[in-house]
Write a protein that binds this ligand. Structure first.
Ligand SMILES: C[S@@+](CC[C@H](N)C(=O)[O-])C[C@H]1O[C@@H](n2cnc3c(N)ncnc32)[C@H](O)[C@@H]1O
Length: 213
């Protein structure tokens, strides 16, 4: 990790603490890409085994609320303490949930080789590439052999070295193929991957289902 990347991570983190995003995020229109019956997200999500699951960058819990009753233990991880506090209040009394504030590139408190699934939606698309790579290593560490990760990533190769806010839909510099490559080297096999159009922009994002070998 570099000082510059860490500084940019902190700036990105601040952008997602208090924002109007959360007012719209739970509307049908914004949930639909992930949970519509014909959504590629749902088709891959249904290939996860949810007995011990991590949601990375959970925000204020809109996806967790959706899957809560299907999951065994569900661990919600986010860089923003404020979002984790909101999730703690939202899901108070649900004893199968755990809550973790992380350092923006790690899965602290998540034991090695223990989880059946990790998923991350609408968040890694904004992260620094070095953090995406660090998360791939962490995901490899925490998954059981045969455990799977479903990751929504940026496929924006414009503006290398730039700041994500200058890019379409604030997609950070990233590439589905780079994620596939790095994941392979960490021992995560791609079972399926797909380029996605986002808000009418062709192939802006990628979706990848990985399995720990
Ligand atoms: C656009 S919101 C999406 C939240 C949630 N995934 C959803 O779909 O509603 C981005 C989330 O990523 C979190 N975040 C930002 N940088 C992060 C990082 N480096 N590591 C983990 N979470 C981060 C923010 O706090 C926020 O919760």
């Amino acid at each position: 990790m570099t000082d510059r990347s860490a500084e940019i991570r902190r700036a990105i983190g601040r952008d997602w603490e208090e924002t109007g995003y959360y007012d719209d995020a739970e509307s049908d229109a914004w949930m639909e890409p992930f949970w519509h019956p014909r959504s590629p997200f749902l088709a891959m999500f249904q290939q996860l085994e949810l007995s011990r699951t991590i949601e990375l960058a959970c925000g204020r819990g809109r996806h967790a609320a959706r899957i809560l009753d299907q999951a065994g233990e569900l661990t919600l991880v986010d860089y923003a303490a404020s979002n984790i506090e909101i999730c703690q209040r939202r899901f108070a009394g649900r004893s199968h949930l755990r809550f973790i504030v992380n350092r923006g590139h790690d899965l602290p408190g998540c034991p090695d080789a223990s989880y059946t699934a990790v998923y991350c939606y609408d968040a890694m698309v904004h992260f620094e590439l070095l953090d995406v790579i660090a998360y791939l290593a962490e995901i490899r560490r925490v998954l059981r052999p045969g455990g799977r990760a479903l990751l929504h990533v940026s496929n924006n190769m414009q503006n290398p070295g730039g700041f994500y806010q200058s890019n379409t839909h604030w997609r950070n510099f990233g590439s589905l193929d780079v994620v596939r490559h790095v994941a392979d080297r960490f021992g995560l096999q791609s079972l399926e991957h797909k380029l996605l159009d986002w808000c009418g922009v062709p192939q802006l994002d990628g979706l990848i289902l990985l399995e720990r070998r």
